[in-house]
Design a protein around this ligand. Structure first.
Ligand code: PLP
Length: 368
């Protein structure tokens, strides 16, 4: 049997008639860049997140960058985030001319450790970007408390956490602004590149809207230096269709995760994902820890089971961020989990036989 890491085709098969219909509508209306399909999706996505505004942009990296620009982050500023994230979180900070400052993560949730946040704050700190890694939200109450005390903006990187919850509140709705990626493999994925910011602040939403469209307040009147970061019409239409299915897809992911949990529980040598009491995990990634990761992945690969690593090198040790001066040992929890985490197949259309096959493969390896 083959178990892919992700199966976008299986999902497409279930919605292809609706997708064909909306794409046809976009083609007929020629609303290719921005336009009514993007606007309709923005309204639906804002509602889904429990926010008053959503602004569609070109991708998740644009969303983070636009959010930072909207807060006026620039050269001389520092922005605090975590080293165990996709590089885009830090790149957006760098592309504003600001400096990423990292804090380590919690052992259990793999998210920003609020107890370490305050030590990283300096007079130059302007904002904090907690990342809701793998679909599990960071501990937002203490993060918000500390940010408020020090007058910092909070930008949630919710790129992996569409629909995740913290004490009943949706990802993206707790900080000053929330940023999402709709990269095709995400829980809500476009058929191309797309992203969005959500916020309850009208002025911030207006700034992001202006930024994404060359700083225009009206056509060819440019009030600020912006960028071309618009969402395209086909992506807006596709996302509008897919958003309706997201709650059911999330339920399926949670069911699969529970099943992995039950079947793998107590197996010596592996650590299962943790769901904190405050959290509703959406399992973008189901990652387990195993100190023999490389052999483990090879053994599963030999059985046709695809696995992944998110992420093999913490950002402070990547070539791109070596200049920041961090060293091996600077963030021990992030470094350890980068050596041990391995992501198992996880997508809504995963079936019972596939889950059992993955678990059997893991048990066979662990018991030998
Ligand atoms: C945590 C995180 N932040 C930012 C991004 C960037 O999103 P995009 O690839 O849409 O630019 C991603 C997506 O890969 C991500 O996982």
């Amino acid at each position: 049997m083959k178990v892919p890491f992700l199966d976008l085709k299986a999902q497409y098969e279930t919605i292809k008639d609706e997708i064909a219909t909306v794409i046809q509508k976009v083609l007929e209306s020629t609303a290719f860049a921005g336009g009514p399909f993007v606007k309709a999706f923005e309204d639906d996505f804002a509602r889904f997140c429990g926010c008053t505004h959503a602004v569609g942009v070109g991708n998740g990296t644009d969303a983070l960058w636009a959010a930072l620009i909207a807060f006026g982050v620039g050269p001389g500023d520092e922005v605090i985030t975590v080293p165990n994230t996709f590089i885009a979180t830090a790149e957006a900070i760098s592309f504003c001319g600001a400096k990423p400052v990292f804090v380590d993560i919690e052992q259990k949730t793999y998210n920003m450790d609020p107890d370490l946040l305050e030590h990283a704050i300096t007079p130059r700190t302007k904002a904090v970007i907690p990342v809701h890694l793998f679909g599990h939200m960071a501990d937002m109450d203490p993060i918000m408390r500390i940010a408020k005390k020090h007058n910092l903006f909070v930008i949630e990187d919710a790129s992996q956490a569409h629909g995740a919850e913290y004490r009943g509140r949706k990802a993206g709705s707790i900080g000053d602004i929330g940023c999402f990626s709709f990269y095709p493999g995400k829980n809500l994925g476009a058929y191309g590149e797309a992203g969005a910011v959500v916020t309850n602040d009208q002025a911030l939403a207006d700034k992001v809207r202006m930024f994404r469209d060359h700083g225009q307040s009206k056509k060819y009147y440019h009030d600020m230096i912006g960028w071309n970061a618009r969402m395209d019409g086909i992506q807006g239409a596709v996302l509008g269709v897919k958003l309706k299915f997201l709650p059911a897809w999330t339920e399926a992911r949670r069911k699969h995760a529970k099943q992995y949990d039950q079947l793998l529980e107590g197996l010596p040598g592996i650590v299962l994902p943790h769901e904190a009491g405050y959290a509703q995990h959406v399992y973008h990634i189901y990652a387990i820890r195993n100190s023999r990761r490389d052999e483990f992945m090879t053994a599963l690969g030999d059985k046709g089971i695809a696995t992944g690593i998110h992420y093999p090198v913490p950002l402070h040790l990547t070539g791109a961020y070596r200049h920041l001066g961090y060293k091996e040992g600077s963030f021990p929890v992030s470094e350890r989990i980068a050596r041990e985490l391995v992501s198992l197949p996880m997508f809504p259309e995963l079936n019972q036989a596939q889950i059992e096959y993955v678990v059997a493969g893991i048990k066979e390896f662990m018991c030998n």
